[in-house]
Design a binder for this molecule. Sequence first.
Ligand SMILES: NC(=O)c1ccc[n+]([C@@H]2O[C@H](COP(=O)([O-])OP(=O)(O)OC[C@H]3O[C@@H](n4cnc5c(N)ncnc54)[C@H](OP(=O)(O)O)[C@@H]3O)[C@@H](O)[C@H]2O)c1
Length: 244
Amino acid sequence: MDLNINGRTALVTGGSKGLGYASAAALSQEGAKVAIVARNEAMLHKAAETIDAVPVMADLSDRAGVLACVDKSRAAIGNPDILVINTGGPAPATFADTTPEGWRTAADQLFHFTIEMLSAFLDPMKAKGWGRIVVITSFAAEEPVANLLYSNALRAGIHGLINSIAAEVAGTGVTVNAVMPGFILTDRMTGLGLDLDKVAASIPAKRLGQPPELGDLVAFLCSDRAAYITGQAIACDGGLMKGI
Ligand SMILES: NC(=O)c1ccc[n+]([C@@H]2O[C@H](COP(=O)([O-])OP(=O)(O)OC[C@H]3O[C@@H](n4cnc5c(N)ncnc54)[C@H](OP(=O)(O)O)[C@@H]3O)[C@@H](O)[C@H]2O)c1
């Protein structure tokens, strides 16, 4: 299937490894001109070289860093036709572990970051009459996970935000969707200290996912073919989520 995005520009944040990298790799393979954003310079440059992307070094954890990312990305590829909003996950916590400062940090990291990226790049897409936005969230947005309070709360808010925006811009050629990873084998996943054998046994597919399985879904949602899919939150989870 030709996704018909050859020559489109794409910006993928958190793109040097894991799910962002897999999404960037899939988009690059389809012929998009991709820029990837991350903090670790060596890893960023190696990843960019591997998938023929443009490296953009920025720290997305606060507003100043996000605005710097916007400027540097525009300088690198212009306003992107395709935007994949993704970053590192927040710290694990039960509600008893959370603090006002922790909430502010997590809100900046996930929620305000998403708003800044949308504020910067949505209008140029509308003006062009074509755009694809995918936000990588988590199955925790719909099925809260023990010990991931910040993620549970903030990702659900992001779904409300982007579902509303999708409806507002649906007549402009711009689609906005969320992709919800289940348990996918990345550094983030191995760093959570979970018993991954037990996790695999709890998933109907009996295994964790591989990053390219999610990257291919992202690339499809960013394609011409997916023009009529918007305002959705789509899981890539081996059957983990049970809601009908
Ligand atoms: N893997 C899963 O199964 C899973 C499940 C549910 C939800 N998620 C969520 O999906 C997202 C991606 O997860 P992942 O597993 O791909 O994580 P990962 O393997 O840790 O990769 C995170 C990427 O984001 C970059 N990054 C992190 N913090 C950043 C910052 N402040 N500024 C700029 N770049 C930053 C990292 O590079 P640098 O560190 O060099 O900046 C890296 O490229 C996370 O929000 C995670 O919580 C993942």
